[in-house]
Design a protein around this ligand. Structure first.
Ligand code: 5AD
Length: 378
């Protein structure tokens, strides 16, 4: 294993002095990012990881914040070439949760002390679904208020590209964070992976609209895509910086056999995990105070992938909160973990994993990024 397992004592691994010095440099330029992402030997990787962990603790503290993930619908109007729930995958059993189901997942999040939740779905812009999301946001904010969380659960939306008016309405309803991944900032790679109606420019326009409206904005990329270079990944990090984003969710690409990208050649599993962990660490070094998620895709490829993500500089985990009977129908990629568990199983497993990583769980708090707080305070 390349990255420290959580049980290994701090400082017990050798560290490359050259990589440690580079990782600690004040202003990392593109060439520095590429060099750091090229770390291969154990002592090089450990140098990058250890500095990223130090930067994380200095800028964000030791708290790991939770966003209960509720997969509201797997219906999708888009045909992204990598995604298991793409419109033309006929093997998917399509579902949409009812308002009551969504509210009950939200109440469960609130009862377990998860300070906020993410409502995610396929790309859907139909009025019926958007009406459901708006109603859900209004009711969640209202019905999850408690003594411990007087403002109710924080709500992040992840429902794809929408119009300015829709983003605005959902913000006014009470959603305050939005995740929209750019997937790759290399326009050529982006175009190869998406249908003609999903353009690179329209994603960027959406990210800018979200910021203008007042959302805390998150984006991210897939790592280890066919044809992706270290320079592309360095550019992804520079893009996060230029757009002044607040949150990052990124993970390894996992080929899905029911998609056109299912059998294209890509780096092997160990290589994609190594790169995904390095991307977390190097993004942390460059951006310092943003929230970075240790994503489920990491855990799909490595049983302790999320703990390794935390140790590499991540501070957010998104526990599965969808009803157990729909979890298997929301498979963006094969090998998704936690399909058979329920919310309580996930809670005890997570507590243990976070403690193993030597960190503290942040309960009953929205856990906004230090970056967003600074911007909002002027
Ligand atoms: N491998 C890894 N991540 C994927 N996603 C979709 N399909 C895959 C896949 N095959 C990610 C995309 C999307 C997010 C919700 O899931 O980055 O934005």
């Amino acid at each position: 294993m390349n990255f420290c397992t959580p049980t290994i004592k701090k400082g017990s691994r050798p560290v490359s002095e050259a990589f440690a010095a580079l990782a600690a440099k004040a202003e990392l330029d593109r060439a520095d990012l590429v060099k750091l992402l090229s770390a291969k030997a154990l002592d090089e990787i450990e140098a990058v990881r250890a500095e990223a962990e130090r930067v994380l603790l200095a800028h964000c503290g030791e708290g790991v914040y939770l966003r209960g993930l509720v997969e509201a619908s797997n219906a999708c109007a888009s045909d992204c070439l990598y995604c298991g729930i793409r419109k033309s995958n006929r093997d998917v059993n399509r579902y949409t949760l009812s308002l009551e189901d969504i509210l009950s997942c939200a109440r469960q999040c609130a009862d377990m002390g998860y300070g906020s939740m993410v409502l995610q779905s396929g790309e859907r812009a139909d009025r019926k679904f958007l009406g459901l999301v708006e109603e859900a946001v209004l009711r969640i904010r209202d019905e999850t208020r408690s003594e411990k969380q007087p403002d109710g659960l924080g709500i992040t939306l992840c429902i794809g590209q929408q119009s300015y008016e829709t983003y605005q309405r959902l913000y006014e309803a009470g959603a305050h964070r939005y995740l929209l991944r750019i997937e790759s900032t290399n326009p050529k790679l982006f175009a190869q992976m998406h249908p003609a109606d999903q353009t690179f420019q329209s994603r960027i326009d959406c990210l800018k609209m979200l910021r203008q409206i007042g959302y805390q904005v998150g984006t991210g990329v897939m790592i280890g895509l066919p044809g992706q270079t270290l320079e592309d990944l360095a550019d992804d990090i520079l893009f996060f910086d230029t757009l002044d984003i607040d949150m990052i969710g990124m993970g390894p690409f996992i080929p899905h056999p029911g998609t056109p990208m299912g059998d294209l050649p890509c780096p092997d599993v160990a290589e994609r995990v190594r790169l995904a962990l390095l991307m977390i660490a190097v993004a942390r070094l460059k951006l310092k105070d943003v929230n970075i998620a240790a994503t489920t895709a990491l855990q799909a490829l490595d049983p302790v992938g999320r703990e390794k993500g935390l140790r590499a500089g991540a501070n957010i985990i998104m526990p599965q909160m969808s009803p157990t009977d729909v979890r298997a129908d929301y498979q963006l990629y094969p090998g998704k973990p936690c399909i058979e568990e329920n919310a309580t199983d996930c809670q005890s497993c997570l507590n243990m994993r976070i403690e193993f990583a030597g960190r503290k769980i942040g309960l009953y708090a929205w856990g906004d990024s230090a970056h967003a707080r600074k911007r909002q305070n002027g």
